[in-house]
Design a protein around this ligand. Structure first.
Ligand SMILES: [Ca+2]
Ligand SMILES: [Ca+2]
Length: 266
């Protein structure tokens, strides 16, 4: 096994993987519990190498016009220019003349990563759920690279718990990722059944795509220019959680301005 320290030296800047893994479950069944017409379930446990490559599973059960299926996939891809965290699961259950048709998926995926230096990321994201579907994602700091220090509040924490009607959110964030150890965790689940109207289909998914940007890139659009300077001037002063508070000390001040100027691009 390659040690985390060696791994980060090999891979260079940006987030590098330390450890992680999770499990994935897909299940589809029709007919009586005691004697199903067809049905199967499958659990896959995985480590962080599998998660980096991405993995998926699908199970389907068909009997005449009745069918049910469950699908699950997840990946946390670390790239030189950023990372993508994705979890996606869905399923359906259509009974036709068959009673007790059911499908389900569950995914829990988690990866600990190291930020060797202070990073800034722009994140495009969406999150969707429907039927009896639920999805969550969180990214929070565990502490210092050497294992000390205290954890911090999550910089990403969102989820959706659907009840029949589809829920959909999307957005764009610019976030500071201070040096340290971080955990990205995702959970997705659905249950579909033919016995209750509105529950015949379900899904639960999110994708967060992050790109590394310069520390001085206030609005995270990939360049450090007058737009960033204007935002900084507008937010100058006490301004917790402001984009232009580049060092996260709760104030937009000369330190942030100097950082912006240091990263200024023609
Ligand atoms: Ca900018
Ligand atoms: Ca500041």
């Amino acid at each position: 096994m390659v040690t985390p320290t060696l791994l980060t030296l090999v891979l260079g800047a940006g987030l590098t993987e330390l450890s992680g893994g999770g499990s994935m479950y897909v299940f589809a069944r029709m007919g009586p519990w005691s004697n199903p017409i067809c049905g199967d379930g499958q659990t896959t446990s995985f480590d962080h190498h599998d998660l980096l490559d991405g993995l998926d599973d699908h199970i389907i059960c068909i009997d005449g016009a009745a069918s049910c299926q469950a699908f699950a996939e997840t990946r946390i891809e670390l790239r030189p220019d950023g990372f993508t965290a994705k979890v996606n699961g869905w399923g359906d259950a259509f009974g036709a003349d068959v009673h007790s048709v059911f499908s389900r998926h569950d995914i829990i995926a988690s990866m600990d990563v190291a930020a060797e230096e202070d990073l800034r990321i722009s994140v495009s994201w969406f999150l969707q759920a429907a039927g009896l579907g639920s999805v969550q994602i969180e990214m929070h700091r565990l502490g210092d690279l050497d294992g000390g220090g205290s954890p911090s509040q999550p910089i990403i924490s969102r989820g959706a718990n659907a009840y029949i009607d589809p829920i959909s959110f999307d957005g764009y964030d610019v976030l500071a990722v201070p040096q340290g150890r971080w955990r990205i965790k995702m959970v997705s689940t659905h249950q579909a059944m033919d016995t209750k109207s509105g529950f015949e289909m379900g899904f639960a998914r999110t994708t967060h795509t992050a790109t590394y940007v310069s520390t001085g890139d206030v609005n995270g659009d990939g360049s450090v220019d007058v737009q960033d300077l204007l935002i900084l001037l507008d937010q100058y002063g006490d301004c917790p959680d402001c984009l232009a508070d580049l060092d996260g000390n709760g104030q937009v001040d000369v330190t942030d301005l100097l950082q912006l100027l240091e990263d200024w691009e023609d």
